[in-house]
Design a protein around this ligand. Sequence first.
Ligand SMILES: [Zn+2]
Length: 347
Amino acid sequence: MSPTVAKPRSKPHALLAYEALFRQLLANYRHHEAIVSEYKREKAGYDGERNVDYKLSTFPQKGFYVFQGIRLENPPFHFQIDTLILTRRLIYILEIKNQQGTLKYDSKLKQMIQEIDGKIISHKDPILQAEAQKTQLREWLAMHGIFNIPIVGLVVIAYPSTIIENVREDPDVYNQIIHRESLHQHLTRLSNNHPDNILTNAQLKKLCHTLKAKDIPLWTDVLAKHGVSDRHLIKGTPCQQCGYAPIQRLNKNWKCPKCSSINPKAHERTILDHFLLHQQTITNKECRNLLQIDSPRMAYNFLNSMNLRKSGNNRGRIYYSPSIQSFPQNSKVPVNFQHHFAKLSLD
Ligand SMILES: [Zn+2]
């Protein structure tokens, strides 16, 4: 007995894009403070969410359908939910917080202050955030013909070492901002408060399907965000062992002139990084320029072997990026760059 994962979590586009950026930046730009700090922020958010995913996966309950991260459109806006749990009785929204140190929540002033390493940082009110998501989701459900299902929000603090202070000792807050460790208890409490089935099994199944189909992952232009242009980036394909660029294509293999390592498929990572950083399409000509090769035949073979969606014919053919969930999940910042930001945890 455990919840069903209706949509598994995958790395958000921004996280994959920062990993790609560290592969593609020239060495002297890799310490760029804003880039390193945004990467750390994305990574911490993802790690915190995975931490809560694990706790939820051990909840001994059937009939819970978990969407590990979903972004829906309620025109003209999009709204993102860290974790959505669909049941026949009610819908749970989990707003996951990865902040460490001490979190002081003031329910009168509607503010959350984080104290860490002698610094004081102000954050958005997480309860208001969860409330806003409830409103957006309620409108979205109404557009899809569902009106009467209750929606509840929980702010889940991902790490047990974080201290939560309810400054006003507001009794409601104890049930709204919770530690990951008490997640099961609060899910059970809320479930007991809503004993009646609202959705039929058929409605539940249909809603599961619709939610998955309507998920629109966010793509972030990290190059534009940090003012990165071609002059900051390597040309060609980098060596996955030592980072040297460009490596050379010889006898159906990519060979690094510096460390002599060999990789027949090194171009695939470079093409995927192009999709993450530049644009979600590529032509044969763009591929040749990207990989610094002359042969249209070689580019054709490379692109075709990746089973990408494509349109058009011959010279006009366009190849499309895979969906964000289909990118390799085991990618990470190259080992030889890690000393630039030693405080990072890199699993
Ligand atoms: Zn090398």
